[in-house]
Design a protein around this ligand. Sequence first.
Ligand code: SF4
Length: 67
Amino acid sequence: MKIRIDKANCAGNARCAAIAETLYILDDDGYITVEEIDVPAGMEQLARRGARACPERVIQVIEDDEE
Ligand code: SF4
């Protein structure tokens, strides 16, 4: 599974990291620092929850069978 993030439209409210801080790495101001994440095995659920928590809807989940 991969995560793609439209970093330019991140609003910096840190909701994603509140759910999954090891996946969604933020800068000091609370903005996302990564554009693509290879989700490690076993962290898929956490990744999906973090994506759903983003009020700006800038986090896209790409399931393995969608690549
Ligand atoms: S939840 Fe969305 S808008 Fe908020 S910091 Fe994370 S990516 Fe940015």
